[in-house]
Design a protein. Structure first.
Length: 408
């Protein structure tokens, strides 16, 4: 992103005086051409591996037919992966940055205030990614102060001057130094989210087959991931841990959630392990607008709590690795101030006994705790009481609470 911003800044700098101009800038042209070329190559390779309706000669025995079918399945998996890579590269090549020069009065204000602290700035512009709404400000900064300045301090200074809560982007340098560098300061999200969890391990087991993860990105996105391995113990733990590790790497690499889930499913399907079919629950939170998306692959019900009203989020799909393609439906909701998202593994619901889902729903509706960690603890303690303290399966509860950001 910084490379594209530098290119755009140079362009806008050559058009000073045209304060109203707005430019759409993609990644640097050379990089874009290479990405598109790589994507085309991957698509051609994928076509070469696609099944061509080959029929097996009747002279083949059963073992040879099974081997050929397995070979065809492997080719299809590789072809699918290549297509996903091509799609990702095309998406990256077409990533759009919308830049607009900063108003002259604000530019002069920042120049004067920063110069008073021996910080020199240029190339001011508003930056938006694939949208008309600018959530960030870009500029080039350098200083002659020995030791430099912390860029986070500059973000605080800009927030006061512009009356707009800003923070340093994850892609920007941490220090303003003598050498000029491009910095991006992003607007704080409309919402803030806090998470909490509680878990117990199945009795007579030393490790839990449940694993969870919380990912935060610089784009105001928080992703909750929960996986329950098949069975319990070491093998279940390895499978669910592998699921989380793959999901984290895919999402951090830029895959969309649906594509990442499909790639993880392929990894388990290609492994051809009969008893390795972990579940996967994913919840994406957009902290700028409160949008929430659930993705469920064989997981237990999730719950959305708003005051004393509770909605159960469920979808009847099979776990990972059973079929080559996973049946994955995106379930969208809009969150409000004070809402809670609650994910759990099936061990919690099963412990509730008959009418388990309704009982969980009613109990969550009556909770008055505010802290997400305390909510997770209360839900788990209730499940343990319901089963008489006999932990027959691993249990994990993951909770996220969302509130309006008071600074915005």
């Amino acid at each position: 992103m910084i490379a594209a911003v530098k290119e755009a800044q140079a362009y806008l700098n050559g058009r000073k005086g045209k304060a109203s101009c707005q430019e759409d800038v993609r990644v640097p042209q050379l990089c874009r051409e290479r990405l598109l070329h790589y994507a085309e190559s991957f698509q051609e390779l994928a076509k070469c591996l696609e099944a061509d309706g080959e029929e097996f000669p009747q002279s083949l025995d059963r073992r040879e037919i099974l081997e050929k079918k397995r070979s065809m399945e492997n080719k299809m998996l590789i072809s699918h992966n290549l297509c996903e890579m091509a799609h990702l590269m095309n998406q990256l090549a077409d990533e759009l940055f919308r830049l607009r020069p900063m108003e002259e009065r604000y530019r002069k204000l920042l120049l004067h205030a920063l110069r008073a602290e021996s910080i020199y700035a240029d190339h001011f512009c508003y930056l938006a990614e694939n949208t008309d709404e600018a959530h960030a400000i870009s500029m080039t900064l350098y200083t002659d102060k020995k030791g430099g300045w912390q860029a986070s301090w500059v973000a605080d200074m800009l927030s006061v001057l512009l009356n707009r809560p800003l923070q340093l982007s994850a892609t920007s340098p941490c220090l303003v130094e003598r050498e000029p560098h491009s910095f991006v300061f992003v607007e704080e999200a409309k919402f803030v989210a806090l998470t909490g969890f509680c878990k117990v391990t199945k009795e007579n087991e030393t490790v839990s087959g449940d694993h969870y993860s919380v990912l935060e990105s610089a784009k105001g996105r928080m992703t909750l991931i929960l996986s329950d391995g098949t069975g319990s113990g070491e093998r279940a733990s390895r499978d669910s841990e592998k699921t989380l590790d793959l999901m984290e790497k895919m999402l951090e690499a830029g895959y969309e959630t649906n594509a990442a889930i499909n790639m993880v499913n392929i990894a388990f399907f290609a492994g051809n392990r009969e008893y390795s079919h972990p579940t996967l629950d994913v919840c994406d939170l957009n902290l700028y607008n409160g949008a929430c998306s659930f993705y469920k692959v064989g997981g237990a019900s999730s719950y959305l709590k708003r005051g004393n009203r509770v909605e159960r989020i469920a979808y009847g799909s099979l776990p990972l690795g059973i079929f080559r393609t996973v049946e994955n439906t995106e379930i969208n909701r809009q969150l409000e101030d004070g809402d809670y998202v609650i994910l759990m593994t099936d061990g919690v619901e099963d412990a509730m006994g008959e009418g388990q889902e309704k009982r969980v729903e009613e109990y969550i509706a009556g909770l008055e705790e505010v802290n997400p960690g305390e909510i997770a603890k209360q839900v788990l303690e209730t499940a343990l009481c319901s089963c008489g303290g006999h932990i027959r399966d691993d249990m994990t509860v993951l909770v996220a609470g969302i509130w309006k950001n008071a600074a915005v």
